[in-house]
Design a protein around this ligand. Structure first.
Ligand code: SF4
Length: 349
């Protein structure tokens, strides 16, 4: 089918086509284009089903870097596609919907960071991965929620640090490391607002036998980590886990019920991988509308029209790559190792 004809079909209501039909057309076209489809855990179920690989942002970046495909269709948000483009400069990275942004990444621009650095000359800049390429390029280190503590600990203790953009992750890192000269950008992800200590306490009261699984990837549950390290959430029966740890934990645990504190998209994977267990969202309101912007018709259209092509200027990419490489070089990425400062955390998981 020609591109124009296919596009017309999309525009004229192809969303009415069955998810299976769309998924097969996507698979066939991906093969023709030598493309791989990567999807974040928080994407819609049907988009996850159509993907070749589903994971967290770090896992997707690693897949992007190692794939032999020439084209990467990134079903996630803009900063993640930029990261894939930085790590895979010779591949074509496509984002199905350009409007798929991130409220946390949008809290700081490169100009704002340059102004902040000017107020603190000589400070080391540590940026959570939820930032634009231009902000990464102004940073000394990138970090994940899993290795933020370890990265900060690797920096000499008398060194002034600027931490951005997640206020909750920053507060947690400052508490655990005891750093004094540590400044935190007041950014936050809107999704975490749905997961409050109150909503968690209510769910734990309603399901007293359930284990609480916390997945702090993406800023949507870093507020829970911070509340736990501050003692505002009792840590008994709580597991802070990476994506793969989340998927594995129900089978390893003797519990039958689980309350899940993260963006609700991961429930689909959890339920599919553990059909005999029951999962409750810590809050049904914890949904990222940016992640949900990607639909199957948009993925198909992205392949047909080869858009939207995400590129990062080489000088920006080179500096951002350095910060990302330092992130990978310092420690692992598993939250169960690096969030060990959280009270009640079970390092044996
Ligand atoms: S869940 Fe929050 S941090 Fe993650 S992409 Fe959505 S807005 Fe950004």
């Amino acid at each position: 089918m020609g591109d124009a004809c296919s596009r017309l079909h999309v525009d004229s209501g192809m969303s009415a086509a069955s998810p299976n039909g769309l998924a097969s057309r996507i698979k066939a076209l991906a093969k023709e284009r030598n493309a791989v489809i990567l999807a974040h855990n928080y994407e819609r179920p049907e988009v996850q089903d159509a993907a070749d690989y589903v994971g967290d942002s770090l896992g997707l970046s690693r897949e992007a870097a190692k794939t032999s495909a020439e084209v990467i269709v990134f079903c996630g948000v803009h900063f993640m596609a930029e990261t894939a483009a930085i790590l895979s400069p010779n591949k074509t990275v496509l984002l199905p919907d350009l409007a798929a942004g991130c409220s946390l990444a949008d809290t700081i621009t490169a100009d704002q960071l340059r102004a902040w650095k000017a107020e603190h000359p000589g400070a080391v800049v540590v940026s959570y991965v939820n930032t634009s390429a231009a902000v990464k390029a102004e940073s000394d280190y990138c970090c994940t929620s899993g290795n933020a503590v370890e990265i900060v600990k690797s920096i000499p203790s008398d060194q002034e640090i600027l931490f951005l953009p997640d206020i909750f992750l920053g507060a947690h890192v400052r508490r655990v490391t005891g750093r004094q000269d540590f400044h935190i950008w007041p950014g936050e992800c809107h999704v975490h607002a749905g997961i409050t200590p109150f909503s968690l306490a209510r769910q734990r009261e309603e399901h007293p036998g359930a284990e609480l699984l916390v997945h702090p990837e993406c800023g949507c549950a870093t507020s829970v980590v911070e509340a736990m390290s501050a003692g505002a959430i009792p840590s008994e029966g709580v597991q802070v886990l990476s994506t793969e740890g989340m998927i594995r934990r129900p089978a390893e645990s003797g519990k039958r019920e689980f309350i899940v504190a993260t963006e609700t998209g991961i429930l689909y994977r959890l339920r599919r991988a553990n059909p005999d267990k029951t999962f409750y969202a810590a809050s049904d309101r914890a949904e990222c509308q940016y992640m949900k912007m990607t639909t199957l018709p948009k993925v198909l259209h992205s392949l047909e029209a080869m858009q939207h092509h995400i590129t990062v200027p080489e000088d920006v990419a080179a500096r951002a790559r350095l910060a990302l490489e330092r992130m990978v070089a310092v420690g692992g990425s598993a939250p169960q190792q690096q969030l060990a400062g959280v009270a009640g955390f079970d390092p044996g998981e």
